[in-house]
Design a protein around this ligand. Sequence first.
Ligand SMILES: Cc1cc2nc3c(=O)[nH]c(=O)nc-3n(C[C@H](O)[C@H](O)[C@H](O)COP(=O)(O)OP(=O)(O)OC[C@H]3O[C@@H](n4cnc5c(N)ncnc54)[C@H](O)[C@@H]3O)c2cc1C
Length: 303
Amino acid sequence: MYDVIIVGGGPAGLSAALILGRCRRRVLLCDAGRPRNAASRHLNGFLTRDGTSPAEMRRLAREQLGAYDTVEIRDVEAICAKLCHSGGFDITLSGIGGAVQVETSRKLLLATGVADALPEVEGFAEIYGRSAFHCPYCDGWEHRDQPLAAYGRGAAGKGLALELTAWSRDLVLCSDGSVELPQDDLDRLARNGIDLREERIARLEGHDGVLERVRFETGEALPRRALFFASGERQASDLAQRLGCTLTSRGDVETGRYETTSVPGLHVAGDASRRVQLAVVAAAEGAMAAFSINTVLLKEDLR
Ligand SMILES: Cc1cc2nc3c(=O)[nH]c(=O)nc-3n(C[C@H](O)[C@H](O)[C@H](O)COP(=O)(O)OP(=O)(O)OC[C@H]3O[C@@H](n4cnc5c(N)ncnc54)[C@H](O)[C@@H]3O)c2cc1C
């Protein structure tokens, strides 16, 4: 039996594995290899790693974990998780070729992240991660003062457009259909110098991954250099819900201090849980969960 099984090998899961491995806990880290930021070339805003590629970041983390014989890493997907009568967890893992194994642990940490709902617009895939992004905190700096499009509708589209004013004042909210906002909000956008285009978008045009213009169905073109979108996200895995966790109205797993959940022995850390969705925050949440898990294990083991 493992002390802890960690599902998810992004910043949250890797960071938790490092802390728990150093606590001499027997750890199994399982990762399906589908990180949220796979399309991105640079991981920005991570102290000492600003601008590193996400793949290099994960490679380095795995390399450093290799020094700990307490941590085992498997490239597998966790397809089922069950709370046992003993209070531990049975985790069913599916490997390459569909081979299935069941492993057991005393505690479980889900660091499975989220998946973004991407705009369904022709040309989007070609620019995603190069000049189309969801997070200004991650990629706004590289596009400061450039002509930007905010893609979205309703409160989310409005919020993104207003947020982007910190990085550029040359902003157009493209709602790709009715913007679905009351007059007050339209006035606020106008007061802040944000133009609105409600025409349906035919495609995003550019070259070598770099957006050059938004082409509307009317045939008209809007020159833009990058696009930020607010189209929503969902949990990348339903394991937490299947174990009985509740989701917030935003779709995050409800967690308490130290990333605890309502299910005894289960922690959820990183983007899957809550608050600020940055890699450095995910790593910190993983470390907090690891601290909490080790504290509970200590209490259980001490006489
Ligand atoms: C395009 C883009 C650019 C970004 N740029 C930045 C940036 O510059 N700076 C920044 O700080 N943040 C950035 N982010 C956000 C950053 O990627 C996330 O905050 C961070 O990856 C969250 O880490 P995590 O460990 O919670 O989840 P993830 O990194 O998404 O890792 C989750 C892992 O869990 C695995 N997994 C899921 N379900 C299972 C399962 N059932 N079994 C096994 N494994 C499973 C997945 O395969 C994945 O490897 C960006 C995001 C995107 C989409």
